[in-house]
Design a binder for this molecule. Sequence first.
Ligand code: ZN
Length: 121
Amino acid sequence: MTQQTKASFKVSEVIQRLADSGIGFTACHDGPAGMITVTLTPGQLEMYWNDPPTAFASVYGVSRDDYIAWHAAGYMAQCGNLTARGRRCRNAVVDGHLVGSPDRWLAMNGGYCKIHGEGFS
Ligand SMILES: [Zn+2]
């Protein structure tokens, strides 16, 4: 095989050929209880080739920033209410510790903790 032949394949073509042959794609990322394995479509595998967080964000239907924020928050959905001093409450929302996926985390983040959910401030 010459160099030119090797270079003539685009990443997307290689991925599509593999997919057409019945080969599936999975990738792993950190989660609250260890590594999480997800299945990637051929399009998502191409994203993964360029930038893994973009591919994982696509799997969950969230933005890349939200996927990163889920990790950065330690998988905790934070109460969106303000304390009596006007600062953002630092408590987790109800059941908001170690949220297992970024789409669920996004839906829960900014909700109410136990205290604010009961109307106290
Ligand atoms: Zn709160």
